[in-house]
Design a protein around this ligand. Sequence first.
Ligand SMILES: NC(=O)c1ccccc1
Length: 529
Amino acid sequence: MADQVTSYIPLVEPASLEDLSQISNELKLGIAEHENKDYLEVVNGWLKSCDGLRLIEEETVPVLYPRIPGVKPARKDNPYNAWATKVTIKGEDSGLLAGKTVAIKDNVFVAGTLLTNGSKIWEGYTPEFDGTVVTRILQAGGTILGKSTCENQCCSGNSFTSASGPVLNPADQTRSAGGSSSGSAVLIAAGEVDMAIGGDQGGSIRLPSSWCGCVGLKPTFGLVPVTGSLGLEPSIDYLGPMASNVTDVAKLLEVIAGYDGGRDHRQNPHVTIPKYSHLLKGDLTGVKLGYVKEGYEHATPGVKSAMADVINLMTNCGAVVEEVSIPLHLQCSPLFTISLTSQHHTMIECNGQPPGYNELYSVSAMQHFKQAFKSRAHDLSPTVKAMSLFGEYLKRKDGSMLVGRAMNCRPVLRRAYNDVLEKYDALIMPTIPFVATKLPPAELTPAEFEKHTLFNTGNTAPFNLSGHPALTINIGTALPEDADPMKLDDAVKLPVGLQIVCKHYEEVKLLDIAFGVEKIIAQGSKSSS
Ligand SMILES: NC(=O)c1ccccc1
């Protein structure tokens, strides 16, 4: 039939008189009972006109590389619980990622492969197209080995909230791997993949990278398209590269960065993508670094000492490191709380994809979420439930003004960092002021649960709000504060991450500084062994 184009039009029943009179009463629209039938004609006329959608083709994303559905590996093949699903997808024979294996965080679409987003809510959902980053990895010759476990709806900086159970830190399996891209970091640290895609709304790339000893980059807002992934809140959603070294992070960034033809409203079409991986020199001579006092004051002695060591090495290589103060850095946590919690509720009300953006929507994901949320919202984690409660409460109490007020602080925060970045090439601070904590016990009250999920984002979330690119790189290890003082000789030292932050779109400089740090750390460990 010539007039039949699209596959699927979501069904909405025609309105009844009762529907309209109920809504107009609730909204106090001042519509008289006898007028309702006129309004019914207008409303149902609009609804009828929506049938016309059938005549217009829908933007679809072709799946370019064949694959078979994945499988969840058996426990013995998944010692850290870092794989959500294993599926091998081979890309082009050549390209920047030829020979590289990649894991994809389980909030990103891999067509034909189950997606869980760490939550039972998504049980049974299979996306029908690939996230843009997935397509780009395959086009660049990468081989995808599967989906990595992530925290429940990505709402945690720890690694115990996934519906499939805790993800274990390879350095000490009683400890957290960090999250929410927990599996991505663990698979890199355990040597199961070369690289991984992570997602980050408050630190979820950098937190697990830091605690597992990887390199992880949250790019400038909008540099990497998030098309074909499940977000939390459109103004703090990011995808980015993770790997065991700076060169691989630069390569993966080079492949996934860049304009996606308008499928992601966050992107600027005029940004050109440098060949990041060709531009690494690692010369720290004359590089000016601002050591953010507020990001460091609360660090544990072990983390402070690792930071002091790396600063010493950097200074020996000609870098200039000076303490800087940015008081807002410590004061902006309510901005994150408001974006994450109340705005996340908006996402839930909109089935994960708020209307009004000029971008690609996954209608199947919206449909799945809608049905699942109706029947099994009880399966969400206590943190996500608390976010729903808070968001709905704010909505009922006109809290949207609070959201607006908080959003208006964002440019001020951005300027506070930019003012300092006028005088320094980069800001530095520990990514997390303490090393990996013990995985919590299974039975937690909602308040304890919340504490264990939102406790480590103090230095990371500000840059989700400000949009700056922020990278974490391992600078050594430290003893955990809670190590048994009687058994210090047996205690495992755990990775410490250095966070480096540059101006918007200065990923070349950021990666180059990180490359310099990587070099001196490698030299340092050579000379000390
Ligand atoms: N998705 C995130 O980045 C996140 C991190 C930590 C806590 C909550 C969310």
